[in-house]
Each structure stands twice: as structure tokens, then as C-alpha cells.
Design a protein around this ligand. Structure first.
Ligand code: G3H
Ligand code: ZN
Length: 286
């Protein structure tokens, strides 16, 4: 069923589980992620990033993802990831997205507050929750020229209060697009942030988080954990193997079978590490 971000995050403050948000790019990987969630009975978030909307119209993606979500037997959020301007967020809202992220993390603090406030006003008029970012989760490729700055605790508190965001992305030691699980998570910083900020936190760049740390962050206020590179690598690596092993194959339906299975298996692994497959058990205790 299609649900909003708030619906899946409201119980994560029990600190028993977190909901994974997977970056998906089309029909097959979205189906695989939903199949993983359904097999484990877990809520899941389908996230549309900048790479996806550079190639495909948000309106097309919105129709496809919302329909897949409506048909699913588990709660599915259709989320705009790293929306970087008002117009992109507006398109997502018009296209049925049930959650939006506005990313003003590259802007000076006051500009980030002001633009996020404008987005919150618009999205809340549609009854759609907003995630925004304070501090900057950078990228492994320095040539992208993106800032990478750990979150300042007082800024996080002020930002959350002044913007009224529903979920807050903070930078606590990850980078986007890490191919190895070597992130050094700053637990002291997480403690300080969650002592002052009372909204669910969002972890970006979570492919780089070691398995044992994924299990540990479930016990914090992180309710949404974004994973992209891990399932993209599972797809790409398996597709390369398939193409190499079957030099005469040309049919996408055949060539995609194993890669999509690999995406599903990787998604299931992350769902289990985040305890999302036990969400009903934890909800029943609240
Ligand atoms: O917003 C998306 C994520 O932060 C994904 O990061 O590709 O490094 O796992 P990742
Ligand atoms: Zn991200």
C-alpha cells in the first residue's frame, strides 16, 4: 500500500528498527525491492534520485512507482531523494510522491533554512512530509565539488525547529557512493544530535556502513537509512557476469533475470540488518 513517510517513520523512534530507502531507477529494480520487502513483510521506501530524473520525467516515474506501491502488500513510500529546487519538489508533489526531500545542504545556513521553509509550506499543503539536510553528506568523488561537513549540533536543533521538517538528514561519518563498508560512524555526535533534535533522523550514504554499525544505528533515532550504491553494484556486477557468460544473449528480459535477483537479495540483507522485517512486532508493543 502507498503510505507517506510519516506513516512509516512514526514508530521508528522506538529505536528497534529503521526503514530502508533504496534508490531505484525503473520497473525491474523497483519490483525487486518491493518483492524483497513483501517476502520479509517489511515497510520500504522507493527513492528517486537526481540521476533518475535526469533521464526520466518525474511524472512518469511517479505514476509507475505509486501504482507499484498501491499493489504492494507492505507499506511503500514513494520518495523524492535530494530534490534541489522548488520546481523539482513541486513536480514530485503533483506526480503523487508520498514523501519529498529538499536538499539545501550545499547552501549557507540561513539560505538552507529559508528555502526549506518554503518547501515545507508547499509540501504540507499537499499533506506530504518533508526531509531536509543539515551538515553535508559529501561524495567519494571530489571532482563533484560537493561539500562534506559533519552536522553541527546547535545548527541541527535550530534548523529542525525553524523549518518544521518531518525528518532530518544529518552528516555523521558517511559519504555517498562508498563501494566498501568502511564508514567511521560518529556515535558521540549522534548522541548529541538526538538529545536536542526530536524528529526522526535520516542516514545518507549508507552503503558505506559496516553491517554491525547498521545494526547499531537501529538503536538510535535514525529511522530512515538510504542505500543506493549497494544495490546498484549488485545489479551491475551480476549483469556483467551474465553478459560475459552468455555472449549470444540479447533479450533484456533474459539478461536482467539474475541481476534483478541479486538486487532483491541485497535489499533483503539490508532489511534484515535494519530489523525492518520485525516492524509489526515492535509496533504492537507501542
Ligand atoms: O540518498 C541516497 C543515499 O544517500 C544513497 O547513498 O548510494 O552511498 O548508498 P549510497
Ligand atoms: Zn543521499
Amino acid at each position: 500500500m502507498l503510505v507517506t513517510l510519516n506513516e512509516v517513520l512514526k514508530h521508528t523512534m522506538t529505536k528497534e528498527y529503521a526503514v530502508p530507502a533504496f534508490n531505484v531507477f525503473g520497473y525491474e529494480d523497483s519490483k525487486a525491492v518491493i518483492a524483497a520487502a513483501e517476502e520479509l513483510n517489511a515497510p520500504v521506501i522507493l527513492a528517486t534520485n537526481k540521476v533518475a530524473i535526469a533521464e526520466m520525467p518525474i511524472a512518469v516515474l511517479g505514476k509507475m512507482f505509486t501504482q507499484l506501491a498501491e499493489q504492494a502488500t507492505v507499506p511503500v513510500v514513494v520518495h523524492l531523494d535530494h530534490g534541489n529546487d522548488y520546481e523539482t519538489v513541486a513536480q514530485a508533489l503533483k506526480s503523487g510522491y508520498s514523501s519529498v526531500m529538499y536538499d539545501g545542504s550545499q547552501l549557507p545556513f540561513e539560505d538552507n533554512v529559508r528555502t526549506t521553509q518554503e518547501i515545507v509550506k508547499m509540501a504540507h499543503a499537499f499533506d506530504i512530509p518533508v526531509e531536509a539536510e543539515i551538515g553535508s553528506v559529501g561524495y567519494t568523488d571530489p571532482s563533484m565539488g560537493m561539500k562534506s561537513t559533519l552536522t553541527d549540533v546547535q545548527e541541527a536543533k535550530e534548523f529542525a525547529e525553524r523549518t518544521g521538517v518531518d525528518a532530518l538528514a544529518v552528516a555523521v561519518g558517511t559519504l555517498h557512493r562508498m563501494e566498501e563498508q568502511t564508514a567511521d560512524i560518529q556515535y558521540d555526535l549522534i548522541e548529541k544530535i538526538q538529545a536536542l533534535v526530536n524528529v526522526p533522523l535520516v542516514m545518507h550514504g549508507s552503503t558505506g556502513i559496516p553491517d554491525e554499525d547498521l545494526q547499531k544505528i537501529v538503536k538510535t533515532n535514525f529511522g530512515k537509512v538510504n542505500i543506493g550504491t549497494a544495490i546498484r553494484m549488485a545489479f551491475g556486477k551480476t549483469l556483467r557476469e551474465e553478459v560475459t557468460a552468455n555472449p549470444d544473449a540479447f533479450d533484456r528480459m533474459d539478461l536482467f533475470k539474475q541481476p534483478i535477483q541479486a538486487v532483491k537479495e541485497e535489499a533483503m540483507k539490508k532489511i534484515k540488518l535494519l530489523n525492518a522485517h520485525r516492524y509489526e512486532e515492535f509496533i504492537s508493543k507501542t
